[in-house]
Design a protein around this ligand. Structure first.
Ligand SMILES: [Zn+2]
Ligand SMILES: [Zn+2]
Length: 631
């Protein structure tokens, strides 16, 4: 059985309301109400009154391709009962007003159909004719119904064509024009005389824009003590008045909020809990639906108000961050950019100018603020590439970890692709360093690479000839050409060859320079006339200073001399007096002569020192004791 189709089946217009199309279809086929048509299409009553109406059944009776009607459908495709759509824009059912039809008679008369934007709950006026919408029949005074004979004809027979309707405000008309263009997919409007932040509103999606309108409108109404906050007409009027002359009226709203309440919350409670807490939270909640970049102009205006009106020295960092939690902001302030990269704000500013970093300028009133694209590459951590750990990076270059660390600290290893303060080595920096070394190879290799006259870079970097500091100095000499590379055994960094003689001389000089003012432990022990263990102990006790050479501890000449001036070892006295140091220790103990004992744990043969000025006293005591023994 085939469904009987209608006699006339006009195509829907691209921007037509679905219920408007059903009414037009019914009217053109001569029905007195769309009911007959819906019965024909076997669309049930409850379905015909909601956004859930399925266009498939309608397509059959109207003899139109289903896809054609699908674009006007209110149903969100798939299983999302809490979502609906209007010409493809995602919405929630309560954002539509399909059960309470309204229209602009002039628009409908001119177009010959009902445009889809009239289905929107917040579409409270006609932006084209700048008038309120008709929602009640002037004849029978009943609300308009979809079940009527024609687009411009009431059930009671009243012609709706020539009804005079009150005008709406300029700001309201501008805001509604912006919304209408968004819904119908029309190009952006002209410059709005009311001064809406149209460039920001135009890039917002429909639903976030509607949320913003609702939020601003209701905030304004609270300040104005307007309790009719469910009246969408009042909400749109209030929201338009806030958005007009942006951001001055928004500031006025914020001022109204701060003035209208008692000054119980002082500045110490912060913005989040203060008088502006409500707006603050609204802006935060808005974040869930307004993509952060699209909501920036609001947050900037909000912060501006706080700085201009509440606290001139207000630092926005925390608030900015909190307003933008969750995801990283694309456009950030210059100061935030500097913080992001750990650089000086002035350096950041210069970088932004020099590099023409993408930025956006926000303007309101007389002031202007520049926001920088945070993705801009200042030795940006966002340079793609792998970050290696010290050990891995050192292995890739063919040097030891300690040497790489040393070369990085001295900036011979250049860090250009990660933050210097950040750990790790960017693969591009590693590669650059390797290339820097490889470029030292002359175009023509020296005659005999296997000659013992040459030494490989691997030996310079990893050999056992000196401290890391010495190796770093020799690598620097190689890089500067002081120790020239004569060729390469295998094309790798490790295979670079330098003169063996030149290397030896440099290494010798470096060692000598490093050792000039220090003595080995053994040398120190000789000078102080004690054993090496005592020297180590004195170093541990910090009576002597040693250089932090990991492998061979060296004692500074200066500290040895200083120590010798103040102390003398009992061993040295024992040697000159032909006695034993343990005997001298006993005398000191008995006579309460203070001793510095370099006591080693688990070792009974600790060596002692006495102050140099007590030396004579000890000698006297000792000889006195001998005399006693003799006499
Ligand atoms: Zn109109
Ligand atoms: Zn009527």
């Amino acid at each position: 059985m085939t469904t009987p189709s209608l006699v006339r089946h006009p195509a829907p217009f691209l921007t037509e309301s679905l219920f408007g199309y059903i009414l037009r279809l019914s009217e053109e086929n001569g029905y007195s109400t769309p009911w007959s048509l819906l019965l024909l299409a076997q669309i049930r009553q409850h379905e015909a009154r909601s956004t859930g109406i399925q266009v498939a059944k309608l397509a059959q009776v109207s003899n139109r391709p289903q896809a054609e009607l699908e674009s006007t459908s209110y149903r969100w495709p798939g299983d999302r009962p809490r979502s609906c759509r209007l010409l493809g824009h995602l919405l929630t059912p309560w954002e539509l007003a399909v059960t309470r039809p309204r229209l602009c008679p002039e628009c409908v008369a001119e177009k010959g159909f009902i445009e889809a934007h009239f289905d929107l709950a917040l579409m409270t006026g006609c932006p084209v004719h700048r008038k309120s919408l008709l929602c009640r029949c002037p004849g029978c005074m009943k609300p308009l119904r979809w079940f009527r004979p024609g687009l411009l004809e009431c059930q009671c027979g009243t012609n709706l064509r020539n009804v005079s309707l009150p005008a709406i405000s300029g700001a309201e008309a501008d805001l509604l024009d912006l919304i209408r263009r968004k819904i119908l997919g029309l190009t952006a409007g002209r410059d709005y005389a009311s001064g809406l932040p149209s460039s920001y509103l135009e890039v917002m999606s429909l639903q976030p824009l509607l949320s913003l309108v609702g939020m601003l409108g209701r905030r304004r109404m609270v300040v104005d003590n307007d309790s009719d906050r469910r009246n969408s007409q009042r909400v749109v009027f209030a929201a338009a008045s806030v958005l007009a002359d942006w951001p001055n009226n928004f500031f006025r709203l914020l001022r109204g909020i701060t003035e209208g309440m008692s000054a119980d919350s002082d500045s110490s409670t912060g913005v989040a809990r203060g008088r502006l807490g409500g707006v603050y939270r609204s802006l935060l909640n808005l974040r869930r639906i307004v993509p952060t970049a699209q909501g920036d102009f609001l947050r900037i205006a909000f912060l501006d108000f706080i700085r201009n009106d509440l606290k001139p020295d207000f630092i926005d960092q925390k608030l900015m961050r909190r307003l933008r939690t969750g995801q990283s902001e694309r456009f950030i302030s210059k100061a935030a950019f500097a913080r992001l990269h750990g650089i000086n704000p002035r350096t950041a500013a210069r970088f932004v100018e020099d590099q023409r970093v993408p930025s956006r300028t926000f303007r309101w009133g007389k002031s202007e603020r520049k926001l920088i694209d945070s993705a801009a590459a200042w030795p940006s951590p966002k340079v793609p590439g792998k970050i290696f750990r010290l050990r891995q990076a050192a292995a890739m270059i063919g040097i030891s970890s300690a040497l790489l660390k040393c070369l990085k600290a001295s900036r011979d290893f250049e860090v250009n692709h990660v933050l210097r303060t950040k750990p790790g080595f960017h693969e591009l920096d590693i590669e650059a360093f390797i290339q820097k070394l490889k470029r030292l190879v002359p175009p023509m290799n020296a005659a005999d690479l296997s000659s013992p006259k040459y030494v490989r870079f691997a030996i310079i970097a990893r050999g056992w000839y000196g401290s890391v500091a010495i190796k770093a100095n020799i690598v620097r000499a190689v890089l500067s050409g002081e120790l020239p590379v004569v060729g390469s055994v295998d094309g790798t960094v490790a295979g670079l060859l330098v003169s063996y003689e030149g290397f030896q001389r440099l290494a010798h000089d470096e060692r000598a320079r490093e050792n000039r003012d220090t003595r080995t432990i053994g040398e120190a022990a000789c000078q102080l006339e004690c054993n090496t263990r005592s020297v180590r102990r004195l170093v541990e006790l910090e009576w002597l200073r040693a250089t932090p050479t990991p492998k061979a501890c060296r004692v500074t000449e200066e500290s040895i001399a200083e120590f010798k001036k103040r102390y003398v070892s009992l061993l040295s006295i024992a040697r000159t007096t032909n006695s034993a140091s343990w005997a001298l220790q006993n005398i000191c103990k008995r006579c309460n002569l203070p001793m510095l004992v370099a006591r080693q744990s688990g070792n009974k043969s600790s060596q002692a020192f006495i102050r140099a000025e007590h030396r004579q006293a000890l000698l006297c005591l000792r000889s006195g004791r001998s005399q006693v023994a003799i006499s």
